[in-house]
Design a protein around this ligand. Structure first.
Ligand code: UDP
Length: 264
């Protein structure tokens, strides 16, 4: 029987990337949503891209946060390339943007309320309006767009605290590493949360606030290039891509930190 195994996967610059296929990942998500045992721990998902891996090297707090997550998926094409390069294994990419709407459909089917946290003012609300129209029976318990990324749960408006409290799934769109840090700090205050996931710009994509790259770019791993074209201010972040590739290549040469997952 397939079960969630925390911290089992391929090491990429010290970040563990889970080995689940896309199918297995979404199966496990559904199983967790069906599980009503109060003692079952929440599933904390990080969708890892090369910028996150580099950030974890320079930001020790973030590195520690990534050790507490339950499943780290390969979001960026750079991560799946690194696993191919280091371990000669092909793994599925599971992106925050692709997961967002899919998990919302599971919430609707399994009657689990969702909360949309993050993005610019009005965007989470708009995303909720669009998805509740598109997905029958989707219940969004609340939305909130904080004016700064690191607001503790206790400082949120009381109504927001109450609807976060009742949510089974929380989507957090603050960009990395803020969203993962916020989750780490506040997850303990969400007793009904079964699944929490950082989804970056997904509210922007659903609302059309930012256009997602055409499928051709997504399939060829060039989504980052299209986003750079739409949001040139991201150029500084993009410098991390060659840095990531260089680090992975050096890692292979030195064979340091290249560990195979337990079952392989
Ligand atoms: N964001 C936010 N507060 C912040 C910084 C970012 O709510 O302080 C939101 C931003 O509006 C966007 C989302 O975080 O909706 C994702 O940002 P980014 O593009 O950096 O993430 P990526 O998709 O690259 O992971």
């Amino acid at each position: 029987m397939l079960a969630i195994e925390k911290n089992n996967g391929y090491q990429v610059l010290g970040v563990t990337i889970s080995t689940y296929s896309k199918e297995e990942f979404f199966f496990l998500v559904q199983e967790r949503l069906k599980d009503n045992d109060e003692n079952s721990p929440p599933v904390f998902v990080v969708t890892v891209n090369p910028e996150i891996a580099i950030q974890s090297i320079i930001d020790n707090d973030f590195k520690e946060v990534l050790k507490t997550s339950t499943i780290n998926t390969a979001d960026g094409v750079g991560i799946s390339w690194a696993i191919k390069f280091l371990y000669s294994k092909k793994i599925d990419r599971i992106t925050g943007s692709d997961s967002f709407e899919k998990i919302c459909t599971y919430c609707a089917e399994l009657n689990q309320p969702a909360f949309f946290y993050g993005a610019a003012p009005g965007i989470a609300r708009k995303a909720s309006d669009i998805l509740t129209q598109r997905i029958k029976n989707l219940h969004v318990s609340g939305v909130y767009s904080p004016d700064k990324p690191n607001i503790p749960f206790e400082d949120l408006p009381l109504g927001t605290q109450a609807s976060l409290h009742s949510a089974a799934v929380v989507f957090v769109a603050l960009g990395a590493p803020s969203q993962e840090k916020w989750i780490h700090e506040n997850l303990g205050k969400l007793p009904n949360c079964k699944l929490i996931i950082g989804i970056g710009g997904s509210f922007d994509f659903i609302t059309g606030n930012i256009k997602r790259a055409p499928l051709m770019f997504q399939k060829t791993g060039l989504e980052w290039m299209y986003r750079l074209y739409l949001q040139p201010a991201r150029w500084r972040r993009m410098l991390r891509l060659p840095l990531f590739a260089l680090n992975v290549m050096l890692l292979k040469t030195s064979s340091l930190d290249v560990q195979k997952p337990a079952e392989l």
